[in-house]
Design a protein around this ligand. Structure first.
Ligand code: IPE
Ligand code: IPE
Ligand code: MG
Length: 225
């Protein structure tokens, strides 16, 4: 059975779910947050150590201002309301991406990271204003400046995911088969599951089913068995 320490998820399909069910894309984002909470709990149940959630890409700034603002307000409210609860569940919150948000949200994110820093149950990496190409360029610049040898280990050490093992499993909901600038380096050998369901419809059972399937995949890493 394959070990599973790190699951990464591209939580796609909120907008379409919202339009279909409530005639509003933003309603889909709100519903998507409920799924986030469910999948965090399910990850703890399955003893997963790292859960990385793609919440906002560097490309998502192209969206209408009303939607972008709604997303960040949703996150602000969530953190204000749920930070203590996350902390009590021994969850560590870590932000991937550049924190270039309102002062209020930046402060909240920093506070959440600080308070939960030593928690050990599950590390939730929230990718916010994250883009893999930008991450790689920043890492290469730092590596170049350091004068260290250019190799895999040294480059990985300058990524925002340093100290985090690569995801063994990537799930993308929303019936789209692409990576959308997410963890391009780190996903080099991940098992990828593209799921038709929209993110708000994704359930614990769907998650457990994928994990079960993943566990029995023959992972060869270029070798022959
Ligand atoms: C993903 O859902 C969530 C974010 C990008 C914030 P979408 O908003 O992309 O949903 P669809 O793909 O438009 O349905
Ligand atoms: C990817 O979804 C980003 C997040 C889930 C946060 P998008 O809906 O933005 O990606 P594209 O536009 O389908 O590539
Ligand atoms: Mg989408």
């Amino acid at each position: 059975m394959n070990p599973l320490n790190h699951v990464a998820i591209i939580m796609d399909g909120n907008g379409r779910w919202g339009l279909k069910n409530k005639n509003s894309r933003n309603a889909g984002h709100k519903a998507g947050l409920v799924t986030v909470e469910k999948i965090i709990k399910a990850s703890i149940k399955r003893k997963i150590k790292f859960l990385t959630l793609y919440a906002f890409s560097t490309e998502n700034w192209k969206r209408p201002k009303k939607e972008v603002n709604y997303l960040f307000t949703l996150l602000e409210n969530f953190l204000t309301k749920k930070l203590n609860n996350l902390n009590n569940q021994n969850i560590k919150l870590n932000i991937l991406g550049n924190k270039k948000f309102s002062k209020k949200l930046n402060n909240l994110l920093n506070k959440a990271e600080k308070i939960t820093f030593n928690n050990k149950n599950l590390q939730v990496n929230l990718a916010l204003n994250y883009g893999s190409k930008l991450e790689l360029i920043d890492a290469l610049k730092k590596l170049n400046k350091s004068k260290k040898k250019i190799n895999e280990k040294n480059l990985s050490g300058y990524l925002q995911t340093k100290n985090i093992p690569d995801p063994e499993l990537l799930i993308r909901t929303g019936n789209t088969k692409r990576l959308s600038n997410f963890l391009l380096w780190q996903l080099a050998y991940s098992e990828i599951f593209f799921i038709k369901k929209l993110w708000p419809d994704f359930s614990e059972e769907d998650f457990y089913k994928i994990i079960k399937q993943y566990k029995s995949v023959k992972r060869t890493f270029g070798n022959v068995i």
